[in-house]
Design a protein around this ligand. Sequence first.
Ligand code: HEC
Length: 335
Amino acid sequence: MTMMFLATWLPRAASGNAGVVDGPFQNLYVITAFSVVLVTGLALVFIRTFGRQDEDQRGDEGSGFSRPLFGLWMLAALAMAVFSIASGLPGYVDSTVPPYGAVPVGVTARTGAFTFEYPGGNSVDTLHAAVGQPVVLTMESTDVVHGLSIPAMRLHQAIVPGRTSRAWFTPTLADTFALQDDIFSGDSLLVARTALVVQNQADYDAWMQSVADIFAGRTLPEVGELLYNRMGCKACHTINGAKLVGPSFLNVYGHQAKLRDGSTVLVDAEYIKESILYPNNKVVEGYEPVMTPFLGKLDDKEIGAIVEWLKTLSEHGGAAETGAAAADSTAGGKE
Ligand code: HEC
C-alpha cells in the first residue's frame, strides 16, 4: 500500500529503491498513527464512560482477566510486527547486494570533504552517475565516524574508521541532488556537503571523458608522476635512488646507461620511449629483463609527460632542480 499523500513529505524519490524504502516507511507510519489514535481515543472514551461521577461513588469490581481479549491484543501486536518486518525485509535484503555490473566508486570520507574515486583512478569531489546505471559505493573514513547520505537516493550509510562500508543505488532521474555527511562526530562544524549529479548516459560519458583526460589542469611533469603512480612503475622503480626490481628514476635522465651487452647508451627521450614500449630491446646491466612492455598502454603524449617528469628528477635534466640536490652517491646503484 503506497500512500501517495505521504509521499509529498519525503524527499524526491529519484532512485530505483525508493519504493522499497518509502513503502515500508509509510506502512509503519500509518500503523503507528492508527495505534496512537486508537489508544488515545479509547483512553478518552474510557475516562468519560467509567470516570467517577461524584465524590462517594465506588467503582465496579470489573470482570477481571479476559483470555480472548488478551489473546486478541497479542495477535494484533504480533501481526503488526510481522507486517512491519515483512514489508521492510525485501528492501533491506536488496540493499545489501549490489547488482552485477554496478559502477564501483571508492569513497573516502574525512572531516569536511568526500572524495570519490572512479575506476581508472580519477578522483573527484562531486559524485556523478548515469540514469539507470547502478553505482556501488565502497566507503572508508580517514578520521572519525562519518555518514554518507543522499536523501533522494534513499541512501544513508555510516562510515566507520577501519572498516569498509558498502551501499548502492540506481538513479532514475537526471538532476542534481544533495549529498552530505549526516553524522556529526567530533566537535567540528565542518560538515561535508556536496552533490550527486545524475546525467543521461551521453552527458555522463562526456563528463567521464573530461575527468579521464589526465592532461587537463596538470603540467606535463605532474602527468608523468601521476602515470608513474597509476601505471605501476612505482612497484619496480623508486625515485630516491634505491634499487628495486628496476633502476631508480633518480638522475636516470641524461646519464649514460650501461647495457648488458657491454655498450652504453644516453638516456634521452628516444631511449626512454623505447625502454617503456620495448623494455627488452636494451636491458640495463645488472637487471633482469622483467619489465612489462607498455606498448598499447601508454601513448606518445603520455610517454612525453613521463620524460618531462624524469627530467625533473635528474641533475642532467636541466628542466628543473627537483631532486638534483638529493642526487648523491646513493644514485650510484644503477651505474
Ligand atoms: C615489473 C617491474 C617493472 C615495471 C612495472 C616497470 N619497469 Fe621499467 N624497468 C624494469 C627493469 C627490471 C628495468 C631494467 C631492465 C631493462 O632495461 O629492461 C627497467 C628499465 C626501465 C627504464 C630504463 C632505465 C635505465 O636506467 O636505462 C626505463 C626508462 C623504465 N624502465 C621506465 C618504466 C616506466 C615509465 C614504467 C611504468 C610505465 C616502468 N618502467 C615499469 C622493471 C619494471
